[in-house]
Design a protein around this ligand. Structure first.
Ligand code: KG4
Ligand code: ZN
Length: 330
């Protein structure tokens, strides 16, 4: 009989629950997004996010158990995001998981959301070969790290200010596009031409990132030249982001000589990034590991698969929400 982990993700604005087997196969998944709730506020509004998680979480769990035709007896454990993320949102997932674990007499593992993203690439099919270089590009994070195995991370660099996903979302707002900003910017960029020369912040400086200056220069350009084609603006912004991300990945690959390059997080859904990284991996003769687009953004399946690592390693972190949990801490 196959055993499953019930993976629960509620760190930001998606309530997502999945049933995941040890080999990464996903028996059932349901994600309830809050885009419509937050759109009117121009960004994720933490108080509204927690309330929406509270309303969605139990029906989502019930529906996944029904879709997967699974009972608590088929579960090995529950895994739930313990951080990083919004404290109120994390609390809803953690307290729900804890209550279910008592009711169903199952162990519950608090999972690092960043580890979840790293493992998203092995859902449904094992892709990662170690050692690897991983780049996490999401709404909450921008980082590059060296990975000797799933438990040995060496952080190479992170962002000093905005994450790349956050800057996509902010630029989307400036251009009058809705949320989520990423896909809207991608679509506009495809129609446009990158004719505007925007800065490439920190492109040639080690592994640190900085995106707030790029975002401000888009704002200044729109203010000075209101007649600018929004599609060209989007294309120029995407070109600048890609230049920086690809330069950092190339530096890491050259220095660490990994077998694979892993790109994860919401921005890994960007076709421009996928194409650019494919070229880079080919040039260096290494394999590129990308999650299918459905697993790039936040989801319960990646938390479910990461939970299996904790089970195997016998690591059982506490269930206290950790809004600033870092990559090195389980
Ligand atoms: O990983 P994720 O779902 O949540 C966090 O952990 O932050 O990432 C969300 C981010 C958002 O900023 C969104 O604009 C971006 O991922 N994103 C994209 C695309 N789809 C989502 N960025 C670029 N291209 C996309 N297609
Ligand atoms: Zn995430």
């Amino acid at each position: 009989m196959t055993e499953y982990v019930l993976g629960i993700e509620s760190s930001c604005d998606d309530t997502s629950v999945a049933l995941v087997a040890k080999d990464g196969s996903v028996k059932a998944i349901k994600t309830v997004s809050q885009y419509e709730i937050h759109n009117a506020h121009g960004g994720v509004y933490p108080e509204l996010a927690s309330r929406a998680h509270l309303e969605a979480i139990l029906p989502t769990i019930q529906s996944v158990m029904e879709d997967g035709e699974v009972t608590p007896a088929d579960l090995k454990a529950i895994g739930v995001t313990r951080g990083p993320g919004l404290i109120g949102s994390l609390l809803i997932g953690l307290s729900t998981a804890e209550a279910l674990s008592m009711g169903w007499n199952l162990p519950v593992y608090g999972v690092n959301h960043l580890r979840g993203h790293m493992r998203s690439v092995d859902l449904e099919q094992t892709r990662t070969e170690y050692p690897a270089v991983v780049m996490l590009v999401s709404g909450g994070h921008t980082l590059v790290a060296e990975l000797k195995d799933p438990w040995s991370y060496r952080l190479l660099g992170t962002t000093r200010d905005d994450s790349v996903g956050e800057s996509y979302d902010k630029v989307a707002r400036m251009l009058g596009l809705g949320m989520p900003g990423g896909p809207a910017i991608d679509a506009a960029a495809k129609r446009g031409t990158p004719v505007l020369r925007l800065p490439r912040p920190m492109k040639n400086d080690g592994y640190e990132f900085s995106f707030s200056g790029l975002k401000s220069s888009v704002a200044r350009h729109i203010e000075k030249h209101p007649e600018v084609s929004l599609d060209d603006m989007a294309a120029s912004f995407v070109a600048a982001c890609m230049d920086v991300l690809i330069a950092k990945a190339e530096r890491a690959v050259t220095e660490c000589r990994p077998k694979s390059l892993i790109i994860v997080g919401g921005v890994a859904a960007s076709p421009q990034l996928r194409d650019g990284m494919a070229q880079l991996a080919q040039d260096h003769g290494i394999s590129l590991c990308l999650p299918p687009i459905k697993w790039a953004t936040d989801n319960g399946a990646m938390i479910g698969l990461a939970t299996w690592d904790y089970i195997e390693k016998g690591i059982k972190p506490d269930l206290i929400p950790k809004p600033n949990l870092n990559l090195e801490t389980p």
